[in-house]
Design a protein around this ligand. Structure first.
Ligand SMILES: [Zn+2]
Length: 298
């Protein structure tokens, strides 16, 4: 996660009831959670992991070293803490421990944060080996049309690896980001095949999810002098812990837009606009803010 928010929706479409067999699998099966960055697993699945009947059956693979969050939007506005990879690994171990997942069940690939697209072969190799070794019953990855490029790459590689497995595990996508402003309702989850979407009521594990997220000190507090707010604000933490979690099950061999029964062209345009338009806009606003600040100093 680098930044983002959660809509406080309590229901999305006519999704599958939480007592469905797919929902039950998420809280009992042997799981492999793929997280691009330390905290994505807890943001997207923490409530569900907190409900798991046997957390010793939960494994989590962190793809990147987390070395770029927090990072200033403007490179000249401040430095990145060189200790971030060590700190974030320690935070992840503590967060997963809150959710009952042992340190031995965590895998850290330490690929460069923000640069997964340049390491797809290594990622594919490691993911194939991990799936072969752990034989998960369900693999969870960030949603395919996520706003962050590392999330999108991890999803793509997961689908590529899983579709060639003879013992194909179930594949579920979790949501770190789901807001898409150009879509009706502003929530991409509303556009998915209702039969693929599973809602997990996580009220019973909201407290443990919050406790786990609070272990991510580099994300929930201001740790750098150039930050004016933490990556995860108290408001966004409350929203994330107060809302149910959603998962989309799909066949890893399906095309990118197949889970969307309607409006595919519009969804693609909305996604591309958000993915490639947000960062330049944020940089422009940060530049104006920075220049304004300099003006005041003078
Ligand atoms: Zn992330």
């Amino acid at each position: 996660m680098s930044e983002g928010h959660t809509a406080g929706l309590s229901t999305v479409g006519n999704c599958t009831a939480p007592t469905s067999s797919l929902g039950t699998r998420l809280t009992s099966a042997r799981l492999l959670v793929l997280a691009p960055h330390m905290d994505d697993e807890t943001l997207g699945c923490g409530g569900t992991l907190g409900l798991h009947s046997d957390p010793s059956r939960v494994h989590c693979l962190f793809a990147t070293d987390g070395s770029r969050s927090p990072a200033p939007l403007l490179p000249w506005a401040g430095r990145i803490d060189p200790e971030l990879p060590t700190k974030r690994r320690t935070e992840a171990i503590a967060a997963l421990s809150e959710l009952g997942v042992n340190h031995d069940n965590l895998i850290f690939l330490d690929l460069p944060d923000g640069r997964l697209s340049r390491h797809q072969d290594t990622l594919t190799e490691n993911l194939s080996e991990t799936v072969r070794r752990l034989r998960p019953e369900v693999v969870l990855a960030p949603f395919r049309l996520d706003a962050h490029p590392d999330h999108v790459i991890l999803n793509r590689i997961a689908r590529k690896v899983l579709k060639t497995r003879p013992d194909q595990p179930a594949f579920a996508e979790y949501f770190v980001y789901h807001r898409m402003r150009l879509l009706p309702g502003g929530d991409i989850r509303r556009c998915l095949r209702p039969s693929s979407l599973v809602r997990i009521e996580t009220a019973a594990s909201a407290t443990v999810k919050m406790r786990a997220l609070m272990k991510y000190e580099t994300q929930v507090t201001i740790t750098q002098s150039w930050q004016d707010r933490p990556i995860l604000t108290p408001e966004s933490l409350r929203e994330r812990c107060g809302a149910p979690e959603y998962f989309m099950f799909s066949d890893p061999g399906e095309g990118l837009l197949e889970p969307f029964p309607r409006r595919r062209a519009r969804i693609l345009v909305a996604y591309l606009a958000q993915r490639f338009g947000k960062r330049p806009k944020d940089r422009l606003l940060a530049s104006l803010q920075w220049l304004g600040g300099r003006g005041r100093v003078r």
